[in-house]
Design a protein around this ligand. Structure first.
Ligand SMILES: Cc1cc2nc3c(=O)[nH]c(=O)nc-3n(C[C@H](O)[C@H](O)[C@H](O)COP(=O)(O)OP(=O)(O)OC[C@H]3O[C@@H](n4cnc5c(N)ncnc54)[C@H](O)[C@@H]3O)c2cc1C
Length: 439
């Protein structure tokens, strides 16, 4: 009997319970769905996904099928073609992921078939870690403690790379993976193979991890794991990452694990509060404080294009536009600038990140934005406002990062600061005070 493995954010053969289950009764039919929502992504982000699935197809001996969505139509079609009564998948917890899996389950049910879940993109599924009284954690540090105490399973056994039946595709991954690349895209695609991601983790843990605790905030140095995109697409499971880091006894390894725990905490918050994807969890300032109209639009474009006149902000936004990534510290600085210096709603910045970020993950993005804006759970208080100049001095002391992304820095072509940070800080503080009085 053939079962279907519906590939979601789990593009891997290692430590994948859904795939192992699908192969239990013989070779599985694997399908990934190119959904209509992907059209809204930047070309670079689309090409990234195509390369991830291209690599997965290589690892399945060419058997993976990639189908045009929506998911309910595509998954049902593959189940019918392979006469499969059961489809296995990892469970999602974000509002869109839940909607999608409900639609797939309903379509299969109506056809006498079944969607079965096993596993999720997290070491501990959202909603599991709770306080003694059964309620959710609102603050990260006690969540971290309880999450560690809860613990997680050991990695699942590797799936069988020969255990697949071929599924036809109607999406041309070769064409999509090559998007906009003048160079040979095949060479770059090798970087996306699952085995390479495991090497990347091993190299990081064997080397850079020692510098992690002290240098992870430095965008001019390369001291972090770069695992966020592989985690976002599920090329590696956090359980695999945690199993490897737990073998190290250093403080740096514990710090690294606590960053992975932020990923789990944000997913937990979004699970309990689906509205957090759009609305501030804590409405700290009055609604009328947000900038609107054409001046706000121009300010937004200057921010997006890296023309604010604040080098660390501009370098970050240029890095994002050029590569689809940005260092965590710089993400915090550009986000704070948009909200507290330009008074634009965090949702606007988050929407641009969604288009551009290769490691885009809905829960991480929306809740990190809320964290910086001071509107989320366990948020930095609204009145803690990043000064983009002192952040630059502290975390890019030799100006290596800003010089890399701003060739015109120190020439007349570089713009003057678009706002007076001190004055805008006062405006934000006054808005915050007004908000307090209204609450
Ligand atoms: C405004 C803003 C938006 C963000 N959007 C995203 C996003 O869409 N997707 C995303 O994966 N991360 C997001 N982050 C978190 C963080 O910036 C990235 O995870 C990090 O830069 C990835 O680099 P790394 O893999 O080298 O991290 P490392 O420092 O090596 O950390 C290891 C892993 O821990 C997790 N992690 C680290 N920091 C955070 C954090 N603050 N929140 C949640 N998980 C974390 C990531 O999975 C990361 O791969 C955002 C942060 C901010 C401030």
């Amino acid at each position: 009997m053939t079962s279907v493995w519906w590939v979601r954010r789990d593009a891997r053969l290692a430590d994948n319970p859904a795939l192992v289950s699908a192969q239990e009764d013989g070779p599985a039919a694997a399908v990934a769905v190119w959904t209509p929502a992907i059209r809204l992504w930047s070309g670079r982000r689309r090409a990234h996904l195509a390369r991830v699935w291209w690599s997965l197809r290589e690892d399945t001996g060419g058997a993976l099928g990639v189908r045009r969505g929506p998911a309910d139509d595509a998954v049902l079609a593959v189940a019918r073609e392979h006469d499969a009564p059961v489809v296995w998948a990892a469970q999602e917890f974000s509002p869109a992921g839940v909607r999608e899996q409900e639609a797939v389950a309903a379509a299969l049910r109506a056809d006498g078939r079944e969607l079965r879940f096993i596993g999720s993109p997290y070491a501990v599924a959202p909603g599991r870690v709770r306080k003694g009284d059964g309620t959710e954690f609102k603050v990260f540090t006690p969540f971290l403690r309880a999450w560690r105490e809860h613990g997680w399973r050991s990695p699942a056994p590797d799936a069988d790379p020969d255990g697949f039946v071929r599924v036809e595709s109607d999406v041309d991954l070769d064409q999509r993976a090559a998007h906009g690349d003048a160079d040979d895209p095949l060479a770059e695609r090798a970087e996306f193979r699952e085995a390479r991601i495991h090497d990347q983790l091993a190299d990081f843990l064997a080397g850079d991890i020692d510098r992690y605790a002290s240098e992870r905030d430095r965008p001019d140095l390369d001291a972090t794991s770069h695992l966020s995109a592989p985690l976002a697409y599920g090329q590696i499971h956090p359980r695999t990452v945690l199993a490897a880091s737990s073998r190290l006894r250093s403080d740096a390894a514990r710090k690294f694990e606590s960053e992975v725990a932020w990923r789990e905490f944000h997913a937990d918050v979004l699970h309990h509060h689906p509205r957090a994807q759009r609305e501030s969890l804590t409405p700290v300032i009055p609604e009328d404080a947000w900038a609107t109209g054409s001046e706000a639009d121009e300010a937004f474009m200057a921010w997006r294009d890296g023309r604010t006149g604040f080098p660390l902000v501009d370098a970050g936004m240029r890095e994002l536009a050029a590569t689809g990534t940005m260092h965590n510290r710089v993400r915090m600085v550009v986000a704070s600038f948009l909200v507290k210096d330009l008074h634009l709603p965090w949702q606007r910045g988050a929407a641009y990140f969604r288009k551009a970020l290769l490691d885009y993950d809905h829960a991480q993005n929306q809740l990190n934005w809320q964290w910086v804006a001071g509107t989320g759970r366990d948020a930095a208080p609204y009145f803690r406002i990043f000064n983009p100049e002192s952040q630059a001095k502290k975390f890019d002391p030799d100006r290596r990062y800003v010089e890399r992304w701003l060739p015109e820095l120190d020439t007349p072509a570089y713009p003057e600061p678009m706002v007076d940070h001190k004055a805008e800080r006062e405006v934000s503080l006054a808005d915050f005070q007004r908000g307090k009085e209204l609450r």
